[in-house]
Design a protein around this ligand. Structure first.
Ligand code: CS2
Ligand code: MG
Length: 412
């Protein structure tokens, strides 16, 4: 089964997506997600200019050899662009192999270890009443686990919350919790960690009082705190029994999590901005985290993330794969197949894609009673309508960024 052609398809139905489509000499096609939110065109070039010429004529069955060849022959190691490109090739090859075998991909990964995948959705509100409405809406949609993000008094706009606030440099632009704003320049938002730390415990107390003690609640700190601030927040949230506190502090310095771990038993999830096992090494061996947040799309594919999760399993750490709308339906399908097969599955993030996206990507997964399942079609179970995709050309879109009240740039 030789690779005969490779296309990099850029489409922007509800947001930008980059998809690699491999076609073999016996007519099979395989898809891989290469979407890197806000830097999509870098991956497009990496694939088109440097990777695709190396793929033509290769044996599509050689997934591991292709992965090692692309990782080592580039000489320059790691990074989000490189690993998203390698991920797209890896997933497309797994899609092809499963189609050639006439099996859903999870069967090639060891078969199902569970009947379905617990999913969590994104509830948000600029204030408590709006948040409660959003939680109720997610409960009505069947979610059994819910992420809680709210506005903070005094802040005009904030990550993860739909609001009609505008921020300097983007007059009149309605913010929503869709991360990337389609705009010629990044939108500037404001931030105040002390206000956030004072406000959040009361939000979770209100949510627990309204919705009870049982439902798993999650929160995303989105890299904005120092380790001691993260420790303070983790400790203050312990009465509300979170499923996890995510990205509590930037983890390039993996040792920073030792300080957080000393002060709180709130479970920690980290890794959506990581791209290789080396970003996790100390976090896993010292059990400084409880969940591996990486998406298949950003970590070198199924082959690489499977290895990371098998490593994490030895330290009783589970998966919590990243699943916002900037992971395409192809990337989400890859996550679901991997999550169904591994033993140490934890939870799957699931933000529903928009209707236009669903018109471009035909998907076979199901979401029933809060549980996801990839379906049993051969391969990933996703196809891409190239003609429909062509209706939605790329649009410049940047992630927002924060500035503190004194003007200092800060993590968003
Ligand atoms: C967030 C993401 O879903 C999450 O946990 O951290 O929405 C993140 O902001 C985006 O993926 C950035 O592109
Ligand atoms: Mg996150």
């Amino acid at each position: 089964m030789k690779i005969q052609s490779a296309e990099v398809i850029v489409t922007s139905p509800d947001r930008n997506f980059v998809t690699l489509k491999l076609t073999t000499d016996d007519g099979l096609t395989g898809l891989g997600d290469a979407t890197l939110n806000g830097r999509e065109l870098s991956v497009v070039s990496y694939l088109r200019d440097h990777v695709v010429p190396l793929l033509i004529g290769r044996d599509a069955h050689q997934i591991e050899d292709t992965w090692q060849f692309l990782y080592r022959s580039a000489y320059w190691r790691r990074g989000p662009v490189t690993m998203a490109a390698i991920a797209a090739v890896d997933v497309a090859l797994w899609d092809l192999k499963a189609k050639a075998a006439g099996m859903p991909l999870y069967q090639l990964l060891g078969g199902a270890s569970r009947t379905g995948l617990l999913a969590y959705g994104h509830a948000s509100g600029k204030d408590i009443p709006e948040l409660f409405d959003s939680v109720r809406s997610h409960l009505e949609q069947g979610y059994q686990a819910i992420r809680i993000q709210t506005g903070v008094p005094g802040l005009k706009a904030i990550y993860g919350v739909a609001s009609n606030a505008t921020a300097a440099g983007n007059t009149g632009k309605r913010y929503d919790h869709e991360p990337a704003q389609r705009a010629p320049l990044p939108a500037e938002e404001d931030w105040d960690t002390r206000a956030y730390l004072r406000h959040l415990p009361g939000v979770f107390e209100a949510v627990r009082n309204e919705f009870g003690a049982d439902i798993p609640l999650l929160h995303d700190g989105h890299h904005r705190m120092t380790p001691i601030q993260a420790a303070k927040l983790g400790k203050s949230l312990e009465p509300y029994d979170l499923f996890w506190l995510e990205d509590c502090t930037p983890a390039e310095n993996q040792a920073a999590l030792r300080l957080v771990r000393q002060h709180t038993t709130t479970p920690l999830a980290i890794g959506e901005v990581f791209n290789t096992v080396w970003d996790y090494q100390g976090l896993i061996t010292e059990q400084l985290i409880d969940y591996v947040r990486s998406a298949v799309t950003h970590t070198g594919g199924i082959s690489a993330l499977r290895k990371i999760l098998d490593f994490a399993a030895q330290y009783q750490i589970k998966s919590g794969m990243h699943g916002p709308t900037d992971i395409s339906p192809v990337g989400m399908a890859a996550a679901m197949h991997l999550g169904l097969a591994i033993h140490n599955f934890g939870i799957q993030e699931y933000m529903k894609h928009g209707a236009l996206t669903d018109s471009v990507f035909q998907q076979s997964f199901t979401f029933t009673d809060g549980m996801l399942h990839p379906g049993d079609q051969p391969g990933l179970g996703v196809s891409l309508d190239v003609d429909e995709a062509g209706k939605y050309p790329y649009q410049t879109a940047y992630l927002p960024y924060n500035r503190l009240h004194d003007g200092t740039v800060h993590d968003w």
